[in-house]
Design a protein around this ligand. Structure first.
Ligand SMILES: Nc1nc2c(ncn2[C@@H]2O[C@H](COP(=O)(O)OP(=O)(O)OP(=O)(O)O)[C@@H](O)[C@H]2O)c(=O)[nH]1
Ligand SMILES: [Mg+2]
Length: 312
């Protein structure tokens, strides 16, 4: 375990927005079940809750990273500090995109008021959503005004990102046929902001029409629709205005309510991720006797489940 003084130094470093320490703190919290992680988070938590948080999600290659980079530029022009967690920037479309992301966000890597961290979507004991959420908390504690999480995917990813942020923006590109279909069929969670990126492309018109039809058919509150050309840094202010419009529509009480329900969801997931491995081990490690009793019909499976839960 890290000595107390080192932990205090780390906490203070994060709060003073020292990027090296922010990096270390995020790494420490990636292993959320360690004692160090617990102690660090208990120090940092009182300093969180101030950042404006935004999730940027959507299919591979839609331009999420380019858009994030353009948004950072826009926010820096307004003197806002920014933190980014980019989850699994290596989708099949842009292979080796970790490097691609570095290039896309390169302008910002040397800016002391911007912290960008890439995170793999694999190898987190408690799941990626938990690691990303804790990473965002570090950036929030560090005083970043805006904290962005970029996740790739369609379907499950918006559901996961929902409980991490105040505002969810889904980014689509022209001819994201499947995504539009998923939106219509209700498989995809309705985002707060729907962004058609690469609107400079000729094929944009077709997707625009499909999205308009979808939005017109949606009951309130419909997502705020924007179009961007992230490669040329265009219409980025509209995206940011949409994020603010969404926050305003929530109101102060609405935002608190949303945050409470997000925290409840995060903690439910954490309880499950802490408990599940231990419970599963009950059957894989050792308790063959119990399994044998079930197999020989001396006891039924539901009774065993009850006992296992009560024993915790
Ligand atoms: N024409 C056009 N191309 C764009 C625009 N924005 C991004 N691109 C291009 O789209 C490709 C993918 O961009 P990324 O920003 O890496 O997309 P992403 O959604 O982050 O990709 P993954 O993280 O791999 O899912 C790159 O080649 C970009 O240059 C745009 O507004 N117009
Ligand atoms: Mg990306």
């Amino acid at each position: 375990m890290t000595p107390k003084t080192q932990l205090a130094e780390l906490t203070e470093g994060v709060i003073n927005s020292d990027h090296r320490r922010i990096g270390r703190a995020i790494s420490l919290l990636e292993n959320s079940q360690s004692d160090d992680a617990h102690m660090l988070l208990s120090e940092l938590w009182p300093h969180t809750g101030r950042a404006t948080t935004l999730g940027i999600t959507g299919p591979p290659g839609a331009g999420k990273s380019t858009l994030t980079s353009a948004l950072i530029t826009h926010l820096r022009e307004q003197d806002k500090t920014v933190g980014v967690i980019a989850v699994d920037p290596s989708s099949p479309v842009s292979k080796g995109a970790l490097l691609g992301d570095r290039i896309r966000m390169a302008d910002h890597y040397t800016d002391p008021d911007v912290f960008i961290r890439s995170m793999s979507s694999r190898g987190h004991l408690g799941g990626t959503s938990e690691a990303a959420f804790l990473g965002m908390s570090v950036l929030d504690a560090a005083g970043k005004d805006v904290v962005i999480v970029e996740t790739v995917g369609v379907g499950q990813s918006e559901v996961e990102v929902r409980s991490m942020v105040d505002t969810v923006a889904v980014v689509l590109q022209p001819e994201s046929g499947d995504s539009v279909q998923m939106l219509k069929s209700g498989i995809m969670e309705i985002p707060d902001v729907l962004c058609l990126n690469k609107s400079d492309r000729l094929e944009a018109e077709k997707t625009r029409r499909a999205l308009k039809i979808f939005l017109n058919a949606e009951p309130e509150p419909t997502p705020i629709y924007v179009e961007t050309k992230s490669l040329d840094n265009l219409e980025i202010q509209e995206l940011w205005a949409a994020v603010q419009e969404h926050r305003q529509s929530l109101g102060k009480e609405g935002l608190h309510k949303l945050r409470r329900s997000n925290l409840a969801e995060q903690m439910s997931n954490m309880v499950a991720s802490f408990l599940l491995p231990a419970i599963i081990e009950t059957f894989t490690d050792g308790d063959e006797e119990l399994v044998e009793l079930v197999e020989t019909r001396n006891i039924d499976p539901l009774t065993v489940v009850d006992e296992v839960i009560k024993a915790r």
